[in-house]
Ligand binder design. Structure first.
Ligand code: SAM
Ligand code: DTB
Ligand code: SF4
Length: 327
């Protein structure tokens, strides 16, 4: 059922179907998953904010752009644990800790992150980190500390990558994902729509993910949040039908992955988001802030869940089900 030999033509044919046909096909596949009405709730904590040396042209945390983001050094461990507890009490099963780093360095700061991973894992939450590039040893140390997932987005197609970021290349991204895999971490990798890419760039980006030897367990689809001061500040808003096409296509070609309707939800109505859930999205970021930009409040998301009949997914459900069926 899960294929990793998708061709550009096949993906393009899916992506370009009439919208309601695409939505119907994706919903049909999604409903083969008996837990289709469960949505994983993940919370983000920016453990180190701003001052990043990279030049990602979408990012408010790049030091070279003049944005309103206030830089903040690495958070104390207890502060992160308190935020994790709050997120858990609000229904989150996963905590994603993000740092505005180009790469991880073997220093005291990394030791502190490892301690954060341990303590949040002890709360029985799935712990995810997104810290920039990692070598194999660092990935292993994170895994040993109890990390569940590593987020590292490919962001766009290989062809478009150079238009968006010049301080690293597409292969660097793939290498880090490989290092996370080698350490048996689950992989969270997706991209951003609305960076001025063409349809073929979107299809190529999805192809890279769907032809990995093992599909990423989570695939975040972000709509660009245009931020004043970044080179992409004036990009037009991604249309909701483009979001649905991305989510539905990801659902069809990566049927077992969790597809996350990620950045950009503040601009979407409940009915637009409902179509994304129908198309196979089964995860969101919750909490009124993403890393530095606003996100819908937990209260309004819970109202949306009630209206749509969705429920939050419990932590480690895959592992629990695997343990039950092994007996
Ligand atoms: N520095 C690390 C890295 O780049 O991998 C981790 C943090 S970085 C902020 C994580 C991801 O956030 C990026 O790969 C990108 O996909 C997403 N992101 C950043 N700024 C965004 C924006 N303005 N709109 C949508 N997604 C954004
Ligand atoms: C992902 O795919 N999106 C999140 C998370 N992974 C790290 C980040 C979105 C950031 C949006 C811009 C901001 O808030 O700074
Ligand atoms: Fe730095 Fe990550 Fe932002 Fe790029 S996306 S500027 S690497 S924080």
């Amino acid at each position: 059922m899960v294929r990793n030999n998708w061709t550009t033509e096949e993906i393009s044919e899916i992506y370009n179907k009439p919208l309601l046909d695409l939505l119907y096909d994706a919903a049909t596949i999604h409903r083969q998953n008996k837990d289709y009405s469960e949505v994983q709730i993940s919370s983000l904590v920016s453990i180190k904010t701003g001052g990043c040396p990279e030049d990602c042209s979408y990012c408010p945390q790049a030091a070279r752009y003049h944005t309103d983001v206030k830089s903040q050094g690495l958070m104390p461990i207890q502060e992160v644990v308190d935020l994790a507890k709050k997120a858990k009490s609000e229904g989150s099963s996963r905590l994603c800790m993000g740092a505005a780093w180009r790469e991880v360095k073997d220093n005291k700061q990394f030791d502190r992150v490892l301690e954060m991973v341990k303590e949040v894992n002890d709360l029985e939450m799935e712990v995810c980190c997104t810290l920039g590039m990692l070598n194999a040893n660092q990935a292993q140390r994170l895994a040993d500390a109890g990390l569940y997932a590593y987020n590292h987005n490919i962001d766009t197609s290989e062809e478009h990558y150079g238009e968006i970021i010049s301080t690293r290349n597409f292969d660097d991204r793939l290498k880090t994902i490989e290092n996370a895999r080698k350490a048996n971490l689950t992989v969270c990798s997706g991209g951003i729509v609305g960076l001025g890419e063409s349809t073929i760039d979107r299809i190529n980006m999805l192809k890279v993910l769907a032809t990995m030897e093992k599909h990423p367990e989570s695939v975040p689809i972000n709509a660009l949040v245009p931020v004043e001061g970044t080179p992409l500040a004036d990009q037009p808003r991604v249309s909701f039908d483009d979001m649905i096409r991305m989510i539905a296509t990801a659902r069809i070609i990566m049927p077992k992955s969790v597809v996350r309707l990620s950045a950009g939800r503040t601009e979407m109505s409940i009915s637009e988001q409902a179509m994304c859930f129908m198309a196979g999205a089964n995860s969101i970021f919750a909490g009124d802030k993403l890393l530095t930009t606003p996100n819908p409040s937990v209260k309004s998301d819970m109202e949306m869940f009630d209206i749509l009949g969705l429920t939050p997914r419990e932590a480690f459900k895959n592992e629990k089900q695997a343990a039950v069926s092994a007996h």
